[in-house]
Design a protein around this ligand. Structure first.
Ligand SMILES: [Zn+2]
Ligand SMILES: [Zn+2]
Length: 271
């Protein structure tokens, strides 16, 4: 995959999870695990307009919420929007294209800028240097969204039956238990920058995963990482994971490997 294609994939991922961050800001309740199937074409203006209309309908003032998690998410959204608009502008300038209007507010929808940047990166005039620069920016956007998802979802059980163990536990021998949880594997560590909660720190590393906390043994090629003997998948692998969930619900579909190689990282050792 070229650097430009990787950068586009990053932007698509950010756009797909953008509504989760917005929903969490508005309602303070975790959304159900999204089965991300968006394509660049689906992120059209009609979608963005509907989204803005929905924001305007909410009577709740920004920052007035008692939920502690929301203020950092709002900060994060504002930063994401600024970084995305900057990326879109720089790409337009480098390619001598007209730019988009700047965001109307710090809480505007970032998806038009994401879509714009994806289209620019798909142009043949994008050279290696520009693609490399853009990829550095898109990696940072992905990390920021991953951090936001951890703020929303950390510790949450997902309403999903694992495609590998099928939710078979001692309590539910017939299967169907929800065994997946979102965890920030580094969540127990202290912030190295003096903040009371490192999850809200933009400088500390995050390791956000979905863990199947069950006696679960997927084939090694389907496991992102092991954590204390449980299979887990980093936030960057969730699209693939969502696809496996979808396939598992389709009788004729087969699960696909995550990777071709056998390299699997391990945290905390295998039980
Ligand atoms: Zn499982
Ligand atoms: Zn820190």
């Amino acid at each position: 995959m070229t650097l430009a294609a990787r950068a586009i994939a990053d932007l698509r991922w950010v756009a797909a999870y953008w509504p989760d961050l917005h929903d969490s800001r508005l309602h303070g309740t975790p959304a159900a695990f999204r089965r991300v199937q968006l394509t660049a074409e689906q992120l059209d203006e009609r979608d963005a307009a509907a989204w803005i209309e929905r924001l305007e309908r909410t009577p709740e003032a920004i920052g007035a919420s008692p939920a502690p998690v929301r203020v950092p998410v709002v900060d994060l959204l504002t930063g994401l929007l600024a970084d995305t608009a900057y990326l879109a502008d720089e790409l337009a300038a480098a390619l001598s294209c007209p730019t988009l209007e700047p965001p109307a507010s710090g809480l505007a929808d970032a998806r038009p800028y994401l879509t714009f940047a994806m289209r620019r990166l798909g142009e043949p005039a994008v050279d290696d240097a520009l693609a490399a620069w853009a990829y550095g920016r898109t990696r940072a956007l992905v990390s920021t969204v991953a951090r936001g998802l951890a703020l929303i979802y950390d510790g949450q059980a997902l309403e999903i039956e694992c495609p590998w163990c099928r939710g078979v536990t001692p309590e539910t021998p017939a299967g169907g238990a929800w065994t997946w949880k979102v965890r920030d594997l580094l969540g127990g560590r202290a912030c190295r920058h003096g903040l009371p909660d490192r999850r809200f720190c933009v400088d500390c590393e995050q390791q956000v995963v979905i863990v199947c906390e069950n006696d679960c043994e997927p084939p090694s090629k389907a496991v992102g990482t092991w954590w204390h003997g449980f299979p887990c998948w980093r936030v960057y692998e969730w699209d693939w994971l969502a696809e496996q969930v979808r396939r598992a619900a389709t009788p004729t579909a087969r699960l696909e490997p995550l990777r071709d190689d056998e390299q699997t990282a391990s945290y905390g050792g295998r039980a």
